[in-house]
Design a protein around this ligand. Sequence first.
Ligand code: HEC
Length: 173
Amino acid sequence: MITSTFSAFRPAFCAALLGSLLSAPAIAGAPETRNASIERGEYLARIAGCNDCHTAGYPETAGNIPREQWLTGMNVGFQGPWGTTYPANLRLYFADMDEEQWLARARAPMMPPMPWFALRDMNDEDLLALYHFVRSLGPAGDPVPVAVAPDQPVSTPYIEFFPKNLPLQAATP
Ligand code: HEC
């Protein structure tokens, strides 16, 4: 059973490996049906916590949300000293972006609480795997609200991220 599953998987794996030896970035221009990359992208989305913030209901259900609803963004804002931000709808976001644009964007800072440094530290293959996985799901959902500057009124629900009870010297600007 294990052997036959592995054999079925091996051609796609070998193609991905060969691609990574022959070209950089590894899957540039590859058809989006490249299963190994898409599966890797799904795995990364799960373990890197992208759904925690970008998929409504995911943390509350311990991840029991159909993939069709994944990464469509959140209308509940995160409010902190940076203002109020909304986890982007990645299904729409990636639909409008090519691989090179994504690799460049993924390495540049993003607003809190987006852990952008996790993307910065991913290699190109993993970033592209995420990209191909999300694109394989297709565009869905609506754009999230625009970020709101600090001290401006917010009309959506939001979650507060203000530090409390910090030691005195850390709390003083
Ligand atoms: C702790 C919550 C959180 C987690 C976890 C998270 N994000 Fe985000 N993400 C956000 C928020 C909030 C924004 C909106 C930031 C803004 O308004 O600029 C965002 C924005 C983004 C953007 C859009 C940036 C832009 O150009 O405007 C991308 C792409 C993104 N996230 C990808 C990911 C991926 C991929 C993962 C998993 C590795 C992930 N995020 C995990 C909260 C999160």
